[in-house]
Design a protein around this ligand. Structure first.
Ligand code: SF4
Length: 358
């Protein structure tokens, strides 16, 4: 059985970052406005671990989020990593994770990180289109990303790449170009962040002055669904879509505008299943049936139904089906479905659809 994962987040807000990406107000995003203190971090990690029962059998990770970790003063990096490494060297913590910028990685930095047990590194790629990187004030180029990934791959670390959707100047084709370039780099996983207009950022001013129009939620869901298909097809795990909602990460609070939804990942998965089921109905010529039964495992039940049963309503209407019943079948593996009518039995794996799509 897979071990339960525990992630101990340590926020490193905007420390040492001389850049001003138009979308970023790191202090607001991480929700931590105080300066970082090593004692506090030590206590925070210790307190968290003390709440985990039977920790030897758990997968525990200390994750330094926010900011550009390898851009902060080396002494502070070292002090933070030493605290994390104490737990890792005792065998209690399995992984130390951090995120940074592509131009803040080189061999010397990697030697230093690996010495302190860092085993997962995420790079904020955001776009692989130079024009969009410039318009977003990123201060690095796609070449920095390629160089950084090539260096990281020589070390025993997992490589994660973060991309954004809907940056200034972005269009569907530039988003797809970024995803294709990321796929070529073969990361271990990706995160997808739709661009949101956050309070007190340059993007907020651009939005107010009509110089930036965010992507709509509907369009973003469609684009992210296509990205998910691309990454699944290339065996790259998408570990997150959208910012983690917090007290302040909500529309009307720090989010001024943009395609924010607290469950955007679920909406993207719903859309993927809508397309997948439509593909099955169409290819199996399932029309004018009195009843169709769809079996799926627990994990996919809500995606099969769709938000407010939207997928079921769509299929019933489009294919003139009297009744569609969803039934639980946990013997089915992830993203497999079985369909029954009174005259046929159809088993589909989503990879069949994914291989045909895009
Ligand atoms: S590099 Fe990272 S922390 Fe610095 S401004 Fe850009 S997004 Fe924010």
């Amino acid at each position: 059985m897979a071990k339960t994962n525990y992630i101990i987040p340590v926020f490193v807000p905007h420390k040492g970052c001389p850049f001003d990406c138009v979308f970023c107000n790191q202090k607001r995003i991480t929700g931590n406005l105080e300066d970082i203190s090593i004692d506090k971090v030590r206590n925070q990690i210790g307190d968290y671990i003390s709440t985990i029962k039977d920790y030897e059998n758990k997968n525990i990770e200390i994750a330094f989020f926010g900011g550009s970790f390898t851009g902060i003063e080396r002494e502070l990096q070292e002090n933070l990593l030493k605290v994390a490494y104490e737990w890792k060297s005792k065998g209690i913590v399995n992984h130390i994770r951090l995120s940074t910028r592509p131009d803040y990685i080189n061999e010397e930095i990697m030697d230093f990180l690996v010495k302190y047990g860092v085993s997962i590194i995420e790079l904020g790629v955001q776009s692989m289109d130079e024009r969009i990187l410039n318009m977003s004030g990123r201060g690095h180029t796609p070449e920095h990303v390629k160089k950084a990934v090539n260096i990281m791959k020589k070390y025993p670390v997992k490589v994660g790449l973060q991309m954004m959707v809907g940056l200034p100047g972005d269009r569907e084709d530039s988003v797809n170009y970024t995803a294709d370039e990321i796929i070529k780099l073969k990361p271990d996983f990706v995160r997808i962040y739709p661009t949101l207009v956050v309070k007190d950022t340059e993007l907020e001013q651009m939005y107010i002055n009509s110089k930036y129009i965010p992507f709509s939620l509907e369009n973003t869901i469609d684009i992210c669904k296509d990205l998910l298909i691309k990454f699944i097809k290339n065996h790259i795990e998408v570990i997150r879509i959208g910012l983690q909602p917090t007290e302040n990460i909500a529309k009307g609070k720090d989010i001024i505008a943009g395609p924010f939804h607290p469950s955007i990942r679920q909406l993207v998965e719903d859309k993927l299943f809508n397309d997948f089921l439509n593909y099955i109905f169409y290819n199996s010529k399932l029309e004018n049936e009195k009843e169709v039964i769809i079996e799926t495992n627990d994990k996919n039940i809500s995606s099969v139904a769709g938000h407010n049963k939207s997928n079921i309503k769509f299929l019933k209407e489009k294919y003139n089906i009297g009744k569609i019943k969803i039934m639980r079948n946990n013997s089915l593996t992830d993203r497999n479905v079985k369909l029954f009518t009174n005259r046929s039995r159809i088993v589909y794996n989503i990879t069949q659809y994914i291989n045909d799509a895009i």
